[in-house]
Design a protein around this ligand. Structure first.
Ligand SMILES: Cc1ncc(C[n+]2csc(CCOP(=O)(O)OP(=O)(O)O)c2C)c(N)n1
Ligand SMILES: [Mg+2]
Length: 553
């Protein structure tokens, strides 16, 4: 994205720079190429200097969407996404996006302006306690008291966001620091620990894990987003292939294991597959990798994997025994742990690997029988477009070629069940927080972050109405995002709960007015079409292959 011939100002100018310039120099040195943001009073000094730098700024239509777009970028690339907002309302608008990133362990660095230091505490115009408000939804937050601290804070912010368990970090910078002149000296290294984790797993734990794995008759691997964050998908595949153990993934772990692998069990939990949940409830060894035993996975805890010994590998010690008491906790970087475990398993395979072979074969057969008896099915006889049909057709067209960003609701779960993922970072969803309005802005970030893949935004009619203005961002930057609005004409997920748990007493789940999406898209200069018949689906999806386009089904 950045012009390779671009020169940092520091090489051509004296070392006396303004706070804004120092800030932008620091970002450049962190390798930042794009910022998703929205300007305002106290960040004007940064926006002014931005004109002189080769960092590309994407002007979104709401700060919440800057945070979601930064997340889309981070989820697609593994690098920290950057978002920026002004003080007061700009900062408060970021909060949902920060909380969302915190829940899903997504590395983003949020920059907020603050009123000048001398005015803090005076109820100044657009003053808000950003630090206080974001303390609980960031991995860490910083306030820049003095210009001299700025380079080291920026360096530390990127370090904290991307190392250990990744997460959002916020840096709040008062206006006087941005306008002040000072000598620029780049912070060379962070003083924080460089290791991804300071707690190191022990070889005895690896040996014990290998022993438990060979001793198990009905093992299952339960893999989560941590596998993707640790770039450990290939190592997970090796583990599964070395041992023949099937793998189920969480909604955050989709892509951590290839969907079409014979040992793939798809997703587990409330919205997971019958056979997979059966396997988890009957397993005698559950190997949790980069997971957090979320309630959408476990359901009632006393019924979860109740026959199993549990191994839990996670980089965050706070996750160990938080929800479920485990038999063997291993705290460490999954990539390192899986290397060590695979080595141990390779060494011990010949001696120990055969002991339970017959039982393992019977276990896989049992799982296949469950899968055969309870496949994902739907009524194919209707003349309307069934969501599952849409997913199957979309999957056929985009498998391995697209990054799919989804919103929150029924469509999200259909996508999670039916779409296949060949590799990590092809899926962006609001897993832990379940924030409606996520999908469309996230697709902006995935499109910018990885333009080699087709960007698809698959969203509900409810979530779409929360993010309509971002069509403006798509159009402005001509981002080739394929927007698919699944219009079931209600807040489907909520309606489903009312149907199941409130005797079908539907309350406030329909919109009496829904805009004509074609006219709406065209108002932004984006081609759109409404389709209602199954036979129209594939031609419509194909037509908009690389153009911005809205399909309303
Ligand atoms: C910001 C926010 N508000 C409310 C909810 C509660 N909620 C979860 S799913 C859902 C319905 C989503 O409807 P729609 O976007 O049409 O998707 P569908 O379920 O119909 O596929 C709602 C209201 C939420 N998750 N996020
Ligand atoms: Mg809907």
């Amino acid at each position: 994205m950045s012009d390779p011939s671009s020169k940092s100002k520091i090489e051509s100018s004296p070392k006396i720079l303004s706070g804004s310039e120092i800030f932008l120099e620091c970002l450049q040195h962190e390798g930042v190429e794009v910022i998703f943001g929205y300007p305002g009073g106290v960040v004007l000094p940064i926006y002014d200097k931005l004109l002189d730098y080769h960092i590309k700024h994407f002007l979104v239509r709401h700060e919440q969407n800057a945070a979601f777009a930064a997340q889309g970028y981070a989820r697609a690339t593994g690098k920290a996404g950057v978002c920026m907002a002004t003080s007061g309302p700009g900062a408060t608008n970021l909060i949902t996006g920060l909380t969302d990133a915190y829940c899903d362990s997504i590395p983003i660095v949020a920059i907020t302006g603050q009123v000048s230091t001398a005015m803090i505490g005076s109820d100044a115009f657009q003053e808000a306690d950003t630090l206080g408000m974001t303390r609980s939804c960031t991995k860490h937050n910083y306030f820049v008291r003095d210009l001299s601290e700025l380079p080291s804070i920026i360096k530390d912010a990127f370090h904290v966001a991307t190392t250990g368990r990744p997460g959002p970090v916020l840096v709040d910078i008062p206006k006087d620091v941005l306008v002040k002149q000072g000598t620029f000296e780049l912070a060379k290294e962070t003083n924080l620990p460089r290791k991804r984790t300071s707690i190191k797993w022990k070889p005895e734990q690896i040996a014990k894990a290998a022993f438990m794995i060979w001793a198990a008759e009905r093992p299952v691997i339960y893999a989560g987003g941590g596998v993707i964050h640790a770039e450990a998908a290939a190592k997970l595949k090796k583990l599964s292939e070395l041992t023949g153990i099937p793998v189920t993934t969480t909604v955050m772990g989709l892509g951590a294991f290839p969907s079409d692998h014979p040992s793939s069990l798809g997703m587990l939990g409330m919205h997971g597959r019958f056979a997979t949940n059966n396997a988890v409830s009957k397993t005698d060894l559950l190997i949790g990798l980069g997971v957090r035993f979320d309630d959408r996975v476990t359901g009632k805890l006393d019924g979860f994997a109740k026959h199993a010994k549990i191994i839990h590998v996670d980089i965050d010690q706070a996750e160990i025994n938080k929800i479920v008491k485990v038999d063997l906790p291993i705290v460490g970087d999954l990539s390192e742990v899986l290397d060590a475990l695979n080595e141990q398993l390779t060494e011990t395979k010949e001696k120990a690997g055969q002991a339970k072979e017959a039982a393992r074969e019977a276990w896989m057969q049992q799982i296949h029988d469950w899968q055969k008896a309870h496949p994902l099915t739907y009524d194919k006889s209707t003349t309307e477009i069934k969501p599952q049909f849409l997913m199957e057709e979309l999957d056929r067209l985009i498998y391995g070629k697209a990054i799919v960003s989804v919103d929150v609701g029924q469509h999200q779960m259909w996508a999670a069940q039916y779409l296949r993922f060949s590799e990590p970072r092809l899926w962006a969803n609001s897993g832990g927080l379940g924030s409606m309005g996520f999908g469309l802005p996230a697709s902006i970030g995935t499109s910018v972050g990885n333009p080699t893949k087709i960007a698809v935004a698959l969203i509900g009619d409810g979530g779409f109405q929360m993010s309509i203005p971002e069509l403006g961002t798509l159009a402005t930057y001509k981002l080739p995002v394929k927007v698919i609005i699944m219009n079931n004409q209600y807040l489907g997920m909520v309606r489903q709960w009312q149907e199941m748990f409130y005797n079908g007493r539907y309350s406030e789940v329909e919109f009496p007015i829904f805009p004509d999406c074609v006219k709406l898209a065209e108002a932004y200069g984006i081609p759109g079409r409404i389709i209602t018949k199954p036979e129209e689906l594939v031609p419509a999806l194909k037509k908009g292959d690389r153009d911005p386009g809205a399909v309303h089904s």
